[in-house]
Design a protein around this ligand. Structure first.
Ligand SMILES: [Zn+2]
Length: 62
């Protein structure tokens, strides 16, 4: 069984959340994926950033 990362609301600590949006950002020469979540308890929105998988890069044809 897949164990979900222990993500929780940074404001109230509630562990229930909704997926809101996802975007890719480039910064300091690296690519990151930012995902937006909304707390199911207090409706606080927040972004989480993780490094994008290098395999997703398709624009550097040699
Ligand atoms: Zn919350």
């Amino acid at each position: 069984m897949y164990v979900r990362p222990d993500r929780c609301c940074p404001k109230c600590g509630h562990k229930g959340y909704l997926f809101r949006a996802r975007k890719t950002v480039e910064e300091d020469g690296g690519k990151f994926v930012e995902t937006k979540y909304r707390c199911r308890s207090c409706s606080h929105d927040w972004w989480e950033r993780v490094p994008a998988a290098p395999e997703q890069k398709t624009d550097d044809a040699a």
